[in-house]
Design a protein around this ligand. Structure first.
Ligand code: ADP
Length: 679
């Protein structure tokens, strides 16, 4: 039977059997080899000592009676030599004294060499090896313990984290590392102990003892703690309390990390955040105030421009009427100059209004079909007189790619082109202004990028000013302003409108040679079948104004306006166009008048007392549903904010004429709406 063996490492230690009885030695060897042990044989004590002199470890099985020495003397000799292998002694006769002596020398066992020796031997050897293993482990554990103790001590002493060891019950300070006593401002643990280093509640000794008790009962605890240094300065520690056995006694290790700076920066951060929040609130109030002020300013400008329109309309209308009377050449010249001033004033009023509505983000994009060629032609016509006056020529070029019809905000496109063309004419003394238009495809087959250029041979813009000219109220050369006038709003309006329509605006310019403005915007491809409709409309607009000899076909017009001048100017101008004109002062009168008489055209002011133009139009349209008649109604108004035109059309009006208007625009209205009647 094989006995349970101790660990391999130990059993690999050979057993040195020292016996002069060769036969017994053989038997012992065989028996133990069967158990898996490694055996080496020696006959004498001297031979045994030779084996032991090597560095190898041995377990000894010694016969007491050897030829050269007794087993006991061999052991003593070994011990003198400093060799202490585990051994078992075997003797021929049971001698108790010898047994005691052998055990005193450290024998693991003492065996009688009787008939049962070979049976008992494996047990004894096995026990010896087990014992060796145990001893080995004990030794190892002891070493590890010593090592860990020394590590803990090093850690405790050298750690930059302050560590204190307290009695778990009394709270007494048992030990402290240098980081701890230095943290408090002392030179030694003793100094720290002697001084009362506790602070007032909740960082006092009583609370500390409570934490120690909690740690003892519930395990490690973490919390923030405040201490006062000897200098009186307060510091903050992040504490961790851990129960542990130290020198066989249960203690509490209190480790503290200084977080004062961290806390201070947290506090600073909090204060800064608070300050920033306060500043933000302040800024928000300031912003709201500024917005309110800007809103009020925009509103004022908008109102002012609006209010200017009515008297301007009167002035311009009267001058235009005067133009139709018999005048001397000198008078005609003065009249022309007055009219020019009126137009300039109208431009200023328009610019201010555009600016305020852009600023109030009131712009709405309208989508309607129009002919790009016609639009450019209109542009040329509009600036023709001023250009001719300065001896400039105007040219237009529309690329073959541009479709007959585009769908988009025609008025805004016209406004950008108008501002750029106006500037071109204004800042050019000699040469020409060129307008061109082309289109580019986009990813959307229905959407086109319209690219327009306005090029002139004028004064140009200096490189240091060119980056600012699109800013509001900026003018490249203030001295020019005195010469050329202007508000510095035209380009910023053009830029905002181009961007509103998904495009951009750029400029290239050489002082003394000229400037070239390029802008783009998005427009939809029109319906090709609509092209003919537009052409018809265009050809319509070139029909002549009806003349007096077409009297029997006279156009009957009702002018509705509460402003005396506005009402009469429209009346006189229409009469000059051979129209038969009635006038009324408000919407209600218009509703009555149209019930009594039949009209071909109604020019309807919008803002009127008693009943406004919108309501009157609704009432007339409602009545027409019963009678089956339909009279053309065209708004004639100083209400020119974005969306006003659309609003007029939505209540059933057919057209829109902004005050103040040029005579030719009224003529166009008459041509357009009176056409059927006259032709
Ligand atoms: P303004 O009402 O003064 O014309 P704009 O915004 O239209 O305002 O133009 C800003 C400034 O840019 C002008 O005052 C002028 O100095 C410069 N500028 C604009 N267009 C031209 C141009 N075609 N040639 C030379 N300078 C120009």
């Amino acid at each position: 039977m094989k006995h349970e063996q101790p660990t391999n490492q130990i059993t690999s230690v050979p057993i040195l059997v020292v016996d002069d009885d060769a036969a017994l030695r053989r038997l012992i060897t065989r028996r133990l080899e069967k158990e898996g042990y490694q055996i080496i044989e020696a006959e004498t004590g001297a031979e045994a000592l030779r084996y032991l002199a090597s560095t190898r470890r041995y377990v000894l099985l010694i016969d007491h009676r050897l030829p050269d020495v007794t087993g006991l003397d061999l052991v003593k000799e070994m011990h003198r030599e400093g060799i202490n292998p585990p051994f078992i002694m075997m003797t021929g006769q049971g001698d108790e004294r010898l047994a005691v002596e052998v055990m005193k020398e450290g024998a693991e066992d003492y065996l009688l060499k009787d008939t049962e020796l070979l049976d008992r031997l494996p047990h004894a050897v096995n026990r010896l090896f087990k014992n060796m293993t145990y001893q080995e482990k004990l030794h190892q554990t002891g070493t590890a313990l010593r090592e860990s103790e020394s590590r803990f001590k090093t850690l405790f002493l050298e750690s930059p984290v302050s560590m204190l060891i307290h009695d778990k019950d009394t709270g007494e300070l048992i030990d402290a590392n240098s980081a701890a006593y230095e943290k408090y401002g002392f030179n030694s643990m003793e100094e720290l102990k002697e001084n009362n280093f506790w602070m007032e509640s909740p960082y006092d000794f009583t609370t500390a003892r409570e934490w120690l008790r909690k740690t003892d009962q519930e395990g490690p605890q973490e919390f923030e703690w405040s201490i006062r240094q000897q200098s009186g300065q307060r510091r903050w520690l992040q504490m961790k309390l851990t129960p542990m056995m130290i020198d066989g006694v249960k203690r509490i290790l209190a480790a503290g990390m200084d977080v004062t700076e961290l806390k201070q920066s947290e506090e600073n951060l909090r204060k800064t955040q608070k300050k920033l929040q306060e500043q933000n609130v302040h800024l928000e109030i300031e912003k709201q105030r500024a917005e309110a002020a800007s809103e009020a300013k925009s509103q004022f400008l908008s109102n002012m421009s609006h209010e200017l329109r009515t008297p301007l309309n009167g002035l311009m209308g009267m001058i235009q009427l005067l133009q139709t009377t018999t005048l001397t050449e000198e008078q005609a010249h003065y009249i022309e100059l007055s009219l020019h001033s009126c137009k300039s004033l109208t431009n200023v009023v328009n610019e201010v209004l555009n600016y305020t509505s852009l600023e109030k983000k009131q712009q709405i994009l309208v989508e309607e079909p129009f002919s790009p060629v016609t639009l450019l032609k209109e542009m040329i016509t509009l600036h023709q007189t001023t250009a001719a006056h300065k001896g400039l020529t105007l040219h237009m070029y529309v690329s073959s790619q541009v479709p007959h019809q585009l769908v988009g905000d025609r008025f805004k496109l016209k406004q950008i082109l108008g501002n750029l063309t106006g500037n071109g004419v204004k800042f050019t003394e000699r040469g020409a202004v060129y307008l061109s238009m082309t289109t580019e495809e986009t990813d959307d087959p229905q959407l086109l990028t319209v690219v327009c250029q306005v090029k002139d041979t004028g004064i140009g813009i200096s490189p240091d000013k060119i980056n600012y000219i699109f800013d509001r109220f900026s003018q490249a050369d203030e001295s020019n302003t005195r010469v050329h006038g202007g508000l510095g709003l035209g380009l910023s309006t053009a830029k905002e409108l181009a961007e509103l329509m998904g495009g951009t605006i750029t400029v290239k310019s050489t002082p003394g040679t000229g400037s070239c403005f390029t802008f783009s915007c998005h427009m939809y491809l029109g319906n090709p079948t609509m092209a003919s409709h537009i052409e018809t409309q265009e050809s319509k607009s070139f029909k002549p104004v009806p003349t007096a000899n077409e009297k029997e076909n006279t156009l009957r017009v009702l002018v509705v306006d509460d402003d005396f001048a506005g009402r009469n100017i429209a009346k006189f101008q229409l009469e000059k166009m051979s129209c038969q004109v009635d006038t009324v002062e408000n919407g209600r009168e218009a509703v009555h008048k149209t019930a009594e008489n039949e009209y071909d055209l109604i020019l309807m002011d919008i803002q009127m007392p008693v009943m406004d133009g919108m309501e009157a139009t609704r009432a007339i349209r409602k009545r027409e549903q019963v009678t089956g008649n339909r009279t053309s109604i065209v708004a004639m108004t100083a209400k020119v904010l974005p969306g006003d035109r659309e609003e007029c059309l939505s209540v059933g009006m057919d057209g829109y004429l902004a005050k103040p208007f040029e005579k030719r625009l009224l003529e166009e209205i008459v041509r357009e709406y009176g056409l059927e009647k006259i032709s």
